[in-house]
Write a protein that binds this ligand. Structure first.
Ligand code: PGA
Length: 258
């Protein structure tokens, strides 16, 4: 059985004060959630938010890191520094990192290697651009990203891996993939994991959907058999909407599904 994971990605939003107030307000509202709750916060907020969420079910992480252990890399941050601050996971290869900051699959592979070695749980993001979908290239793009980013790892190393399918055309645009489109891409992603690492890895790896997830579309996405959770940007920024997403299964309609 795969866990359900609801992950927030705050991107470059929230000061330390805003971050701490958010988790203090959120935590009592989601204490009964059936899903694991992850929040990727800005670097400066990791330590204070970890302190403020002690004893809660919130898992705090980072949105990026470098693959080196240390060195002359101005502006970068090492996995050991994130761990020391209390981060338990890291988002790697987000489409904004790939497309705004030019990160390649090869660089992402090195970051994953560092995360696996140092014990930081990675959320690897993959996804096609609009022109790639329109050119019928979605499956090739996903297969390539997975093959290159996961090159050289053993199934044992991949135990902590989480994958997030985030179609670039759906991120921050208000255009969510329909549950059917998302399910199709997730099933394909799982098939590629099976081709590369076998059925066991494919069936245990959580695959999250990301791209304009909102309180009113989370339920239909979560009903899909290969969607194990969501990675939420914009709608993770207010307690009101993130709480609704986290508690998506405790609303009307859950009768008989427990
Ligand atoms: P969005 O972002 O929910 O604002 O579309 C998702 C993401 O970038 O992870």
């Amino acid at each position: 059985m795969r866990p359900t994971i609801i992950a927030g990605n705050w991107k470059m939003y929230k000061t330390v004060d805003e971050s701490v107030s958010f988790v203090k307000e959120l935590s009592p509202k989601v204490s009964e959630a059936s899903s694991e709750i992850f929040i990727g916060v800005p670097f400066t907020a990791i330590h204070p938010v970890v302190e403020a969420s002690r004893g809660t079910n919130l898992v705090i992480g980072a949105q990026n890191m470098n693959d080196a252990t240390e060195g002359a890399f101005t502006g970068e941050i090492a996995a050991s520094m994130l761990l020391e601050a209390g981060a338990q996971f890291v988002i790697i290869g987000h489409s904004e990192r790939r497309h705004i900051f030019g990160e390649s699959d090869q660089f992402i592979q090195k970051k994953l290697a560092r995360a696996f070695t140092d014990g930081l749980r990675p959320i690897l993001c993959i996804g096609e651009k609009l022109e790639e979908r329109e050119a019928n290239e979605t499956e090739n793009v996903l297969r390539n990203q997975l093959t290159e980013c996961l090159r050289g790892f053993s199934s044992d190393q991949l135990k902590s891996l989480i994958v997030a399918y985030e179609p670039v055309w759906a991120i921050g645009t208000g255009k969510t993939a329909t549950p059917e489109i998302a399910q199709e891409a997730h099933a394909f992603t799982r098939k590629v994991l099976e081709d590369l690492f076998g059925a066991e890895v494919a069936s245990r790896t959580p695959i999250l959907y990301g791209g304009s997830v909102k309180p009113d579309n989370v339920q239909s996405l979560m009903k899909q058999s290969d969607i194990d959770g969501v990675l939420v940007g914009g709608a993770s920024l207010t307690v009101e909407s993130f709480e609704k997403i986290v508690n998506f299964d405790s609303q009307v309609g859950s009768v008989g599904t427990a």
